[in-house]
Design a binder for this molecule. Structure first.
Ligand SMILES: [Zn+2]
Length: 348
């Protein structure tokens, strides 16, 4: 029995104690290392979560009023929210900065708040802000330009035209805005008959020779005969989409036969057979496919000023607000309509 117990003075006892101590130290250092790694992870997760969740309105109020960050830092932060489309946070920051009462950049911050309201679609609030700026500083072209946009979006065209006067006095180029607003006011006037609208539109176009797409899109939709009579064939390329979607009964074969671009476009569409090829790649493919493929054209619109690309036609760019800067890009695409009509016919 005694053979199982080791004597206190036995050298083996010392060796065992040594190994037990080594084991205990190794175990605790391993456990401590794991605990620290877990803690580090938790700390990092918490830190990163702070960037994903935005500060609440109350938190922002405290942060801004404490003044730990400079006004410029807050403006930069608001601008990045604006760029990302988070207008709510952006508005909160500007409103808080204004309520703190820092007078140094008051007008600028007010303008930025108005611009954000406009971009977020709060037109009435944006209008109030720009009118407030103009009340004290009537010669602020940026506020006038945005007030014009607000009135235009609110369909208050007569008020928008009134804003052009002070802009003109400030030596700003208002020609395009003036013609564009006049056409918008005319087209949307509920009291004028379509006949009178078309008559006035022809007069405006003859005099100004701009906004071709806007004028002829409307004219072709209301009176194709009148549109063909007034069409400047050198600008057909600008109207490729309108012409491509034109009803077959509205085609003017005399004019189409006399113009190379129109011959190619309507041969590609399959209405006539007046071209064997085309310098426009998309037309060329469709002419050579000769209706055998399930293909058609689709259109994209590029702003020549800011290069934004959108799938719908525009007369004023929604991004840079420039007028008459849209350029048509033609693309070949699958003809879903043809597929649909063929499927429908197969059931008959
Ligand atoms: Zn643009």
């Amino acid at each position: 029995m005694n053979s199982f117990f080791i004597e206190f003075r036995d050298p083996l006892f010392g060796v065992i104690v040594f190994f037990v101590l080594v084991f205990i130290i190794a175990f605790f250092s391993y456990w401590w290392a794991r605990f620290r790694t877990k803690e580090d992870h938790r700390h990092l997760d918490k830190f990163l979560r702070g960037f994903r969740t935005l500060p609440s309105k109350g938190e922002l109020k405290v942060l801004i009023s404490k003044g730990e960050l400079s006004e410029k830092s807050w403006l930069l932060l608001a601008h990045s929210y604006f760029k990302n489309g988070d207008y709510e946070k952006c508005i909160e920051i500007y409103s808080e900065l204004l309520s703190v009462g820092n007078k140094s950049n008051y007008r600028e911050t007010l303008f930025l708040l108005g611009r954000t309201y406009f971009r977020a679609g709060f037109l009435e609030r944006a209008k109030e802000i720009f009118l407030k700026i103009l009340e004290k500083n009537p010669r602020t072209p940026q506020a006038l330009a945005y007030l014009l946009l607000v009135y235009e979006y609110m369909r208050e065209y007569s008020l928008a035209l009134e804003v052009l006067e002070p802009l003109d006095e400030l030596q700003k180029d208002i020609k395009k805005d003036s013609v564009y607003l006049k056409i918008l006011a005319l087209i949307n006037n509920a009291k004028t008959t379509t006949e009178d609208k078309l008559k006035d539109l022809v007069e405006i176009y003859k005099e100004e020779r701009m906004l071709t797409h806007m004028v002829f899109e409307y004219m072709f939709s209301k009176d194709a005969k009148l549109a063909w009579e007034n069409l400047d064939v050198s600008k057909c390329e600008m109207l490729s989409d309108v012409l491509w979607r034109l009803d077959k009964k509205d085609l003017n074969l005399d004019i189409i036969t006399q113009n190379g671009y129109l011959r190619e476009l309507f041969t590609a569409r399959g209405d006539v057979d007046l071209a064997k090829n085309s310098s426009v790649f998309e037309f060329d493919v469709l002419i050579n496919l000769n209706k055998n493929a399930n293909a058609t054209l689709s259109f994209e619109y590029v702003c020549d000023n800011c290069k934004i690309v959108v799938p719908f036609a525009f007369n004023r760019c929604s991004s840079c607000h420039a007028i008459d800067t849209s350029r048509i890009e033609i693309n070949l695409t699958k003809d879903y309509h043809r597929n649909f009509s063929e499927e429908n016919n197969s059931f008959q």
